[in-house]
Ligand binder design. Structure first.
Ligand SMILES: [Zn+2]
Length: 476
């Protein structure tokens, strides 16, 4: 949640921020400097500025990157991120996590709470604990305002490009877009100082351990990176360029692990990373290979509930629904208490049109894991398929409540309310969904439509008026 406590934070390179904006303007011929009186801020970037930087960055990143939009993958990242954040106490930012569809091994953080992880990194990770290690590290860069604290030619120019985002309100649209575009390119390969990297390693592993992830995952990921370097010495992954593995880093990590002692590890079993890796590989059209691999693994180990589930999952994604059902049901007999498996079963039965079996499967999933937004999203799909739109809306509302920064539940709510002819609610939730996608213009248009329909004095009307005030205030 956003609060104002950090606004008085001092920036160590005081005064340099304004200066660095000018350096970039002078140093880069593609910028025409906006006139000085319209500069939005002369002081160091506040946390509000960082929030704005994140928002503009996300808008530009949508044009430059292709994202993995699968709901399983989105929830996977958000679950890990939110779990780490909740172990860290109140935060000044709404953190957002994205998976970029790109086979390179990379991840980076943007000031103001936005983190991008490449699918190539997820594919090479060996456990969710390793992913949590990377997220803990990147969250620390944001929490510690490392970009603002950076010095040196690279860091300064990246920060300057990001500060151009703040000029966007006063400069022309084209200038601003050019600046943000360059900022996106530069930020994905930013290298922080050795000292800031050590800080991110040290605190990142503490945060992820406090969240119940195995801190050895952080060291494990360093080793994964090192193997990658040994395997492919010519084509060095971007993450290794920005995060070189040094003896010092490894020794520091080992020292932190020793100081942490034995921590309480609460891993999800089976590790949900495998499913996410299957989705990423299937989206790249490796379907036959993936199914073949899991068929072989199941032949070698026919009593493994996890392998049966994963084979079924790959088959389901490939459209081999009858085979998937057989393997899921076998897995369920071996391990009936797996929420993820029950959810997969519910979804498969929905696809098969077996709605009588789908409902109880989702009920079992929710009994085991009552607050999972993904289960409610799929339950809503089942209700829609049954023509029970009121129950569908109820399920999507729960999904929205349990994962309030996820754009998919409000979108579905908007569609369902539209079908129910509750147009005020429909436009309100469509507006919410656009807001979460950083589509301010569309959000404003839908909120305005909603406001006309529900009336300014209704409780929802009051809420919409507040949303509109915030949105208009940040419009350039
Ligand atoms: Zn780093």
């Amino acid at each position: 949640m956003i609060h104002g406590a950090g606004k008085l934070r001092r920036w160590p390179i005081s005064g340099a921020w304004f200066l660095s904006v000018l350096i970039v303007i002078n140093g880069c011929s593609s910028f025409v400097p906006p006139s000085l009186p319209s500069l939005p801020s002369l002081g160091p970037p506040t946390e509000d500025d960082e929030v704005r930087i994140s928002r503009e960055f996300r808008r530009e990143a949508k044009k430059q990157f292709k994202f993995v939009n699968n709901p399983e993958v989105e929830r996977y990242m958000d679950r890990i991120g939110q779990r780490i954040l909740s172990a860290m106490g109140p935060q000044p930012f709404d953190y957002r996590f994205f998976v970029v569809e790109d086979s390179q091994l990379n991840a980076f953080a943007v000031p103001g709470g936005t983190i991008y992880m490449y699918s190539g990194l997820i594919e090479r990770a060996k456990s969710t604990d390793e992913i949590a290690g990377v997220l803990g590290h990147e969250i620390t860069h944001i929490k510690g305002h490392h970009m603002a604290r950076s010095s040196g030619p690279d860091a300064i120019s990246v920060l300057s490009l990001l500060s151009m985002v703040l000029l966007a309100r006063s400069g022309s649209g084209a200038q601003a877009a050019g600046a943000v575009g360059q900022a996106v390119s530069a930020t994905r390969q930013i290298a922080y100082s050795r000292q800031l990297e050590m800080e991110a390693d040290t605190l990142g592993v503490r945060y992820m351990a406090a969240a119940g992830y195995d801190p050895k995952g952080s060291l494990g990921f360093l080793k994964t990176l090192d193997q990658e370097r040994a395997l492919n010495p010519v084509d060095v992954p971007p993450y290794l360029m920005t995060h070189p593995i040094s003896q010092e880093r490894v020794a520091n990590m080992e020292q932190v692990l020793r100081s942490l002692g034995k921590t309480e590890v609460r891993s999800e079993q089976p590790d949900p990373l495998k499913k996410v890796q299957i989705i990423i590989r299937m989206e790249r059209h490796d379907g036959d290979v993936v199914v073949g691999e899991y068929e072989k693994l199941v032949r070698q180990n026919p009593q493994s509930a996890e392998l049966l589930q994963l084979l079924g999952f790959a088959q389901q994604l490939k459209g081999q629904l009858a085979e998937a059902q057989k393997n899921y049901e076998k897995a369920q007999q071996l391990n009936p208490n797996n929420a993820g498996l029950q959810r997969d079963l519910g979804r498969l039965y929905t696809q098969l049109g077996n709605t009588a079996s789908a409902g109880p499967a989702f009920d079992r999933a929710l009994a085991l894991e009552p607050k999972e937004a993904l289960t409610y999203l799929y339950l809503g799909e089942l209700f829609e398929k049954q023509g029970d739109l009121r129950s569908a809306a109820g399920a999507y509302l729960n999904a929205n409540n349990f994962s309030p920064l996820w754009d998919k539940p409000p979108y579905r709510l908007g569609v369902v309310y539209g079908k129910l002819n509750r147009l005020g609610d429909a436009y309100y939730y469509l507006g919410r969904s656009f807001l979460l996608q950083d589509e301010d213009q569309k959000a404003i248009a839908d909120f305005e439509r909603a406001l006309k329909l529900v009336g300014e004095n209704s409780p929802r009307g009051q809420l919409i008026k507040e949303e509109l005030t915030t949105l208009r205030a940040r419009r350039r």
